[in-house]
Ligand binder design. Sequence first.
Ligand code: FNR
Length: 382
Amino acid sequence: MRLTDCHNIDDFRRLAKARLPWPVFDYIDGAADDEQTRIRNTAAYGDVDLVPDVLAGVAEIDTSCTIMGRRSALPLMLSPTALQRVFHWQGERAVARAAEKFGVWFGISSLATVSIEEIAALTKGPKLFQLYVHKDKGLNRSMIERCQAAKFDAIALTVDTIVSGKRERCLRSGFTSPPRFTPNSALSYAIKPRWALDYVLREKFSLPHLDGHVSEGTGKAVSIQEYFNTMLDQSMDWDTAASIRQEWGGTFCLKGVMSAADARRAVEIGADAIMISNHGGRQLDGSRAPFDQLAEIVDAVGGAIEIICDGGIRRGTHVLKALATGATAASGGRLYLYALAAAGQAGVERALTILSEEIVRAMKLMGVHSVGELNRERLRRR
Ligand code: FNR
């Protein structure tokens, strides 16, 4: 299978699976417990049908929208995800460049393998930094100050990882950062020589936002579970979120809000946006899908705050269903991570080409000229 054989996001998933050692693939693909929430996140879009209008004269249409004050060519964002240089040696650099080329938001994780400063230098596109609240307040402050100096457009504070979800595929494979070669996993790395060679030969990376707290610099391999459970501040509450918003002073998004009551509180603390998200099903298994919660949250706070629907998006039609329900935009992680793992920047660009073509095609078949025309009249629950 080659890149040109990829015609949808699931094809990229298959190619990534063929190219990655299984512990790495399972880190991207897997989720918490029985992975019911991961599966539901996408399945939720299948419970709602689109109702098209015809003869609408759709030769010219506009897919752009404004998200957190920046124009985006598509109503789709690339969610922040950790450790991208483990998946492909180009890592965040590839994703940031592809995002700039397609005029969409790029999210960089606290656990990125490329620094805030480097990303700021290589893209003028809209970009947000995803912040975890660490027990070490100096570390939080240093990340915020670095984002201020690098003129990031927004910070997204992730609030759904107070403890790590139980990611059983990672427990089985022993996946760590940097990858640890155990007798059990060594074979899986050895039979993917292309990944292994890239990993060994390319420039080594660290986790540059963690100031040597957890990185190759410490010489210690750390599992994501260990990082979440030991370094993050479990006493984080609404006052913490409000003070981080204050300290940052710029556009502020809360990532991981799932209830209407919390969405109201996000408005109260002055957040500019919320990402309705369950971390791609990697945290609380059994949590509702973002799309299933979207209407309720839009009805509670719509208009007072921007609402980004994150997770499960694999098709252009999923984006349209989220917008028609009332989201400002949709966002996703695996939709570009599979493509990154499959073929680096060329892969991410092909995935974005496919998704943007799907959005355009679906808008035309729906008889819609701009994303603002989508509303609940155009949807029916089965
Ligand atoms: C994530 N996600 C994530 N979120 C976050 O706030 N900080 C992070 O470091 C990461 N890292 C991460 C790694 C990987 C491999 C995945 C798949 C996801 C969650 C991410 O931002 C987003 O919420 C989900 O990916 C959305 O679900 P889909 O689009 O992957 O189905």
